[in-house]
Design a protein around this ligand. Structure first.
Ligand SMILES: Cc1cc2nc3c(=O)[nH]c(=O)nc-3n(C[C@H](O)[C@H](O)[C@H](O)COP(=O)(O)O)c2cc1C
Ligand SMILES: C=C(O[C@@H]1CC(C(=O)O)=C[C@@H](OP(=O)(O)O)[C@H]1O)C(=O)O
Length: 350
């Protein structure tokens, strides 16, 4: 298995680095006849791109996608779909001071430990920028899911320790932060402002909800639907926790509280998050992701260099203060990719 490929039947391979010529991917295994053009992918990319939104990096990229193959007359042909997004605003000089120094919390130390090679121009493959390719692939997956009336939504339920009070699902996509609760936006913006002035960063929690999933998707062991969703979501940078349904709360409940009773009209609650024994139950799938604070902070920190000498760093450059909201479309994409793969596996009887 290559570390750059995700999925078994609907497979996505991504390539590229944040300071190279660009990023792209290949989606292989997409059925023929699915409606697809650059505009559909672009719409998803525009929701993730840098340089926009509160607390976002000031790096300005258009993230303009080119479709290279696998589409004819607005429909997929069944052959590999290739796409590319150019980098246009790298400013790699920002990183020359960090050439031999490891940033705490980022991939600098572990990449050097793995490869024994240091491409110090930004995060490279570990950069949040790699997620541009996932969002493009996820937009293709969502076209497949839409044909089955399966809809993936993602929204922010907590930011900087301040939780949303309620979840209002309509118009999430047009709200700042993809906020579950529009009344929380002002408090979240204020929290970001305070933390930014301190040279610091923060995290949050994103919920992904999938409606319209038929009962029966997923494998009984190992490739359980919840296991595959957790892998897809956890594979995104800055994600440090994944829960399904009641998640960690289930550990504090009694069986009588946690079970979702069945009735002829359907389940009476959804603590399971739409998955039982690794297989979808037909209820909404509910996944949450814990997003850590952005590691590149403008405060003095202790670290070491490549020769193990003690150093202090204070990181400048263009960084997000919080990965939310830009990570929201990425998590949506990873859930869409996982479900599309499971749907096609189910159909193939594989
Ligand atoms: C959409 C997105 C944007 C991000 N922006 C930044 C950033 O501006 N600066 C930074 O240091 N890390 C940023 N990160 C986080 C790092 O990429 C991430 O912490 C790093 O890859 C290490 O991975 P880990 O947090 O999973 O251990 C971002 C992540 C995502 C998903
Ligand atoms: C460019 C993007 O986000 C980048 C994610 C990122 C990181 O370390 O994860 C660090 C910054 O990179 P750079 O210093 O190269 O601009 C962000 O701007 C993007 O998401 O498109």
């Amino acid at each position: 298995m290559s570390g750059n490929t995700f999925g078994t039947i609907f497979r996505v391979t991504t390539f590229g680095e944040s300071h190279g010529p660009g990023l792209g991917g290949i989606v292989d295994g997409c059925p023929a006849g699915i409606k697809l053009d650059e505009a559909i992918i672009q719409k998803a990319l525009d929701r993730r791109k840098p340089g926009q939104g509160y607390g976002a990096t000031s790096r300005k990229e258009d993230d303009k996608v080119s479709l290279l193959s696998g589409v004819f007359q607005g429909k997929t042909t069944g052959t590999p779909i290739g796409f590319f997004v150019a980098n246009t605003n790298q400013r790699s000089g920002d990183y020359s001071r960090l050439k031999d120094i490891y940033r705490p919390g980022h991939g600098d130390y572990t990449y050097d430990a793995k490869y024994g090679f240091r491409d110090y121009r930004g995060g490279g493959r570990s950069s949040g920028r790699e997620t541009v390719a996932r969002v493009a692939a996820g937009a293709i997956a969502q076209q497949v899911l839409a044909r089955q009336s399966i809809r993936v939504m993602a929204y922010t339920v907590e930011l900087g320790g301040i939780p949303a009070r309620e979840t209002i699902l309509d118009q999430i996509e047009t709200r700042p932060f993809f906020a579950a609760d529009p009344d929380m936006v002002a408090a979240w913006e204020e929290r970001i402002d305070t933390v930014r002035k301190q040279g610091d960063t923060l995290g949050g929690i994103v919920e992904i909800r999938v409606q319209g999933v038929p009962a029966g998707l997923g494998e009984p062991v190992f490739d359980k639907l919840d296991a595959c969703l957790a892998q897809g979501v956890m594979s995104v940078g800055a994600v440090k926790g994944v829960s399904v349904g009641a998640g960690f709360e289930a550990a504090r409940m009694l069986g009588s509280e946690n079970n979702d009773p069945l009735s002829p009209e359907g389940f009476l609650s959804n603590h399971a998050g739409g998955i039982l024994a690794g297989i979808s139950s037909g209820q909404d799938i509910l996944v949450r992701a814990a997003i850590k604070p952005i590691p590149s902070i403008a405060r003095k920190q202790r670290t070491i260099d490549r020769t193990n000498q003690e150093q202090t760093i204070c990181i400048g450059g263009r960084h997000d203060i919080c990965a939310i909201p830009r990570v929201v479309p990425v998590l949506k994409a990873m859930v869409a990719l996982t479900l599309t793969d499971m749907l096609l596996r189910h159909r193939a009887g594989a």
